[in-house]
Design a protein around this ligand. Structure first.
Ligand SMILES: Nc1nc2c(ncn2[C@@H]2O[C@H](COP(=O)(O)OP(=O)(O)OP(=O)(O)O)[C@@H](O)[C@H]2O)c(=O)[nH]1
Ligand SMILES: [Mg+2]
Length: 283
């Protein structure tokens, strides 16, 4: 029997820990058991009870205070994650082996972890060896996505994580409840974007010809492969949370023995776990 995992990733402060707490409450209300593992060695507080906490293995403060290491906060965090990667048996002990487990991994917000450091990839491979089906849930703060050039930057970050982790990924715009009605309307175009028209918008703000050309090329690639799409996440909207969870469940085929539920709204062809790898193999 497979086990299921969401790797909750994204830039600092994008709402990962809040997402985990919200998802646990939502799942509880549905009588579903979802557990959370804190993988942020610098975490100070979170609103969920943990199944395992990396701070019991290693803490950033201890690393920074160590005179022989002399790390700052960022180097310290990378050190902690590398230490974690060398001690996956700690995680194995804490996870135990419960069939049908569904676990959220609340990850740190350092973007390097998802772009070029090997730690998260190693974690994915390890989880897969333990028979987890893993989906990455990439969060970005919607307030940083309301302008075209910011949106493109968010898309590139999401794409970079996808390429680096090579697992199904659901991208989410968080904190939708903080947007003004005007910004909410504005953001609709970013939820199902036509990258070419976006590039046209950009021509007003990007004056340099060379940048315009580069933006056009990037938009073209993203559009051609239609790989990056965002779902809205408003922690106060149960219906919206439910849609997000359905997309994620579908991508890891959670509950395939139960009634098969297609994700609703905004979703012509969500990429399932198997389909994702078939697509990878074909390309
Ligand atoms: N209004 C609102 N605030 C949110 C939401 N999600 C997160 N926040 C707030 O945003 C701040 C950061 O949220 P966290 O959940 O700690 O973000 P994080 O990604 O875990 O942060 P790091 O672990 O430091 O990278 C907190 O003050 C949260 O209360 C949301 O959906 N709505
Ligand atoms: Mg956090």
């Amino acid at each position: 029997m497979p086990r299921f995992a969401q790797l909750v990733i994204g830039p600092a402060g994008s709402g990962k820990s809040t997402y985990c707490a919200t998802m646990v409450k939502h799942a509880e209300a549905m009588n579903r058991s979802v557990q959370v593992v804190n993988l942020d060695p610098a975490a100070e507080h979170f609103d969920y009870s943990v199944m395992a906490d990396i701070r019991e293995l290693i803490q950033v403060d201890d690393v920074m205070e160590d005179d022989s290491l002399r790390f700052g906060p960022n180097g310290g965090l990378v050190f902690c994650m590398e230490y974690f990667a060398n001690n996956f048996d700690w995680l194995e002990e804490n996870l135990g082996h419960v069939e049908d487990d569904y676990i959220l991994f609340d990850c740190p917000g350092q973007i390097e972890l998802y772009t070029h450091l090997p730690v998260m990839r190693q974690l994915v491979e390890q989880l897969q060896q333990w028979e987890f089906r893993v989906c990455a849930v990439f969060l970005v703060d919607s307030q940083f996505m309301v302008e075209t050039f910011k949106f493109i930057s968010g898309v590139m970050a999401a794409l970079s994580a996808m390429v680096s982790l090579e697992i199904p990924q659901v991208n989410i715009m968080t904190k939708m409840d903080l947007l003004s009605p005007k910004a909410k309307k504005e953001i609709e175009k970013y939820l199902d974007p036509d990258m070419y028209s976006m590039m046209e918008d950009n021509s007003v703000t990007i004056r340099s010809k060379r940048f315009k050309k580069l933006t056009k090329a990037i938009c073209g690639v993203i559009d051609d492969y239609s790989m990056v799409r965002f779902l809205p996440f408003d922690r106060t909207d149960e219906e919206g949370i439910s849609i997000v969870l359905q997309h994620i469940d579908f991508s890891i085929q959670y509950g395939e023995d139960l009634e098969v539920k297609e994700p609703r709204e905004n979703d012509e062809d969500p990429c399932s776990y198997e389909e994702f790898f078939e697509t990878q193999a074909d390309s």
